[in-house]
Design a protein around this ligand. Structure first.
Ligand SMILES: *[C@@H]1O[C@H](CO)[C@@H](O)[C@H](O)[C@H]1NC(C)=O
Ligand SMILES: *[C@@H]1O[C@H](CO)[C@@H](O)[C@H](O)[C@H]1NC(C)=O
Length: 431
């Protein structure tokens, strides 16, 4: 049976389980086929050339399970409250105004960030946009209070894991003499903001396939676009400061973010997707010579999505019950467990049945490889090409964070990857 046929048949059967809140009528030739809002699920496209997107849709349908659209917007509220309140405290030294937080508990470990003039201006715009995202979700029907989040404690656990330490709130302090303070300066703040921004961006793209209502799906697409745009500015800000040293680690911005990217990549399942501030891996887009990675995409220039379960698994540092890390009491709403994040469906077979726990998307590797050289200038074979996206030294891929560009060298040692192309970042940003 042709693959497209299998896909459409499976979609119909899944629809019985998950279809709801469909504003389209069959008379408009827009069939309410579960998450596939199309009368032509089989193409005009060549599905084998779009397998990354097909796998994201498959993962999204499995991730949705029995959830309703209201459950999905309530899930999104967790992420946007998390980012929005962190950013708002950092920029303005206060929580959301009015009832945007819905009476949710004040985040732990938050304060006004110590920022330069440029950093402050960027922080304010980011915070206001995040507040807008929460407003959108409230208008889209998210009704729950914001969840309890632990910002400083969460980052200390998350970064402890990124440094190969046991992820406790005090591990970094014990190892490096002082805790990580996300609000300490431009570097610590925007490393932290970007860490969450890209979880929001990939999560929002993933939700486009999870939600059934196309009005809200369009909103999620715009939310993902805004988050990616903010992330690109934050990346530019950090790339301009790539060789600045980040306290208390004594490593560069580039190196610390490589570790962050590596740990995010490991916690979302075995596929390779997350990328550092510089990318030398031609399975994604590797810019010749400078390797700057302002906008991480696959070789089709498309950003990747994450399922809610992948986000939960990253933000709770792999906790099996969906509590811990940044979310000490877990997520509000019905979608609150990481279940299924590790199982992966990479093939082009039938859609998984809803709720089976198959909930990861395909890898950027599936989009194929640009055969080097991209231009006469390269890259040909560059450091990190075969195993990593993060372009730092380390062992080959073994599907764990310890091999995703993560270097196990004692952290106070000098950066051990390729020479960071600072001058390029600084030239691009006019510094
Ligand atoms: C779809 O793309 C694949 C991979 O390039 C190719 O082998 C196949 O022939 C294409 N199918 C059609 C119908 O064009
Ligand atoms: C605020 O940031 C500046 C610039 O990085 C730094 O020199 C200063 O020590 C920071 N202040 C505090 C209290 O950390």
């Amino acid at each position: 049976m042709p693959i497209t046929k299998i896909l459409s048949l499976s979609v119909v059967s899944i629809c019985i389980a998950v279809c709801q809140a469909q504003p389209f009528l069959t008379g408009l030739n827009l069939l309410p086929l579960g998450n596939i809002r199309t009368s032509d699920a089989g193409g005009p496209y060549n599905v084998s050339l779009l397998q990354v997107q097909v796998n994201e849709v498959k993962a999204a349908i499995a991730a949705r399970g029995p959830a309703t659209d209201k459950d999905v917007v309530n899930f999104a509220l967790n992420q946007e409250c998390f980012e929005g309140r962190f950013d708002t405290y950092g920029a303005f030294g206060r929580d959301f105004l009015g009832d945007l937080a819905g009476g949710g508990p004040t985040p732990l470990g938050v304060k006004k960030a110590n920022l330069s003039t440029t950093g402050q201006a960027l922080a304010e715009e980011v915070a206001l946009i995040e507040q807008g995202h929460v407003t959108f979700l409230r208008h889209a029907g998210a009704s729950l209070p914001c969840p309890l989040t632990d910002i400083t404690g969460g980052f200390n656990k998350f970064l402890a894991q990124a440094y190969g330490l046991t992820p406790t709130a005090t591990a970094i302090q014990e190892k490096f003499g002082s805790a990580f303070d996300p609000f300490q300066n431009d570097e610590t703040f925007f490393l932290s903001v970007l860490t969450l921004e890209e979880l929001g961006a990939t999560g929002a793209k993933g939700l486009v396939g999870v939600i059934s209502n196309p009005v809200i799906a369009t909103g999620f697409a715009g939310l993902a676009a805004a988050a990616n745009a903010q992330a690109a500015v934050e990346r530019a800000f950090l790339i301009a400061r790539a060789t600045n040293i980040v306290p208390p680690f004594g490593e560069t911005v580039q190196q610390v973010f490589a570790r962050i990217s590596a740990v995010r990549d490991s916690l979302d399942g075995p596929q390779l997707d997350d990328q550092g501030l510089f990318n030398t891996d031609p399975r994604a887009i590797a810019v010749p010579a400078s390797y700057v990675n302002f906008v991480p995409t696959d070789i089709q220039g498309i950003t990747f999505g994450r399922t809610p379960q992948q986000l939960i698994n990253i933000e709770t540092l792999g906790s099996s019950d969906g509590t811990g890390g940044f979310f000490p009491s877990g997520y509000v709403g019905a979608i609150n467990k990481p279940t299924g994040y590790a199982s992966q469906d990479t093939g082009l077979g039938g859609f998984p049945a809803a709720g089976t726990g198959v909930a990861t998307q395909g890898s950027i590797e599936q989009a194929g490889t640009i055969l080097p050289p991209i231009t006469s200038a390269g890259p040909t074979l560059v450091d990190g090409q075969l195993g990593e996206t993060q372009a730092v030294g380390g062992p080959e891929e073994t599907d764990s964070y310890t091999s995703r560009g993560y270097s196990n060298a004692p952290a106070q040692n000098p950066y051990n990857g390729p020479t960071p192309p600072t001058s390029v970042g600084q030239q691009l940003l006019g510094r």
